[in-house]
Design a binder for this molecule. Structure first.
Ligand code: DAT
Ligand code: MG
Length: 137
């Protein structure tokens, strides 16, 4: 049975630069999910390294850190029934080349190096990421 969940969402620097914040938030709200918390920040490299620690051995890791610190991001806590999976569906595949039309990445991203949006991939990472980027609830 679907549960009320919270997920950590981040609009990445490319989408902020391209003035897509409004269109992305519109899609999230239109889907019935609720924006519970919202803030903008330029991330420190260390918090990005921690956030993407599962990719630390990849050749693109330092490019990813540079991209994610290249300008402000929009940090959000999004809640609702099945919010974690629902956001992953709205976002589309990691690589925009594989992301279906109608998804956020399918419509707004062209390249895996700058793919517009982050969303937690499960309940455990959601809790850790909300604490990482917003501190204790
Ligand atoms: P997701 O963001 O869909 O959860 P992930 O956690 O595997 O995917 O990767 C995190 C980010 O790292 C991803 O949004 C973009 C970047 N990334 C992943 N695979 C990549 C690749 N092959 N080349 C360049 N960047 C990549
Ligand atoms: Mg991920």
């Amino acid at each position: 049975m679907p549960q009320i969940e919270k997920t950590y969402i981040m609009i990445k620097p490319d989408a902020v630069r391209d003035r897509k914040i409004g269109e992305i938030i519109t899609r999230i709200e239109r889907s019935g999910l609720t924006i519970e918390r919202l803030d903008m920040a330029v991330l420190e490299p260390d918090v990005v390294r921690e956030h993407y620690a599962h990719l630390a051995d990849k050749p693109f890791f330092e490019n990813l850190v540079a991209f994610m610190t290249s300008g402000p991001v929009v940090k959000m806590v999004v809640s609702g029934l099945g919010a974690i999976g629902k956001m992953r569906t709205l976002m589309g595949a990691t690589n925009p080349l594989d992301a279906a039309p109608g998804t956020i990445r399918g419509d707004f991203a062209v390249d895996v190096n700058s793919n517009v949006i982050h969303g937690s991939d499960g309940p455990d990472t959601a809790k850790i990421e909300i604490e990482r980027f917003f501190g204790e609830a």
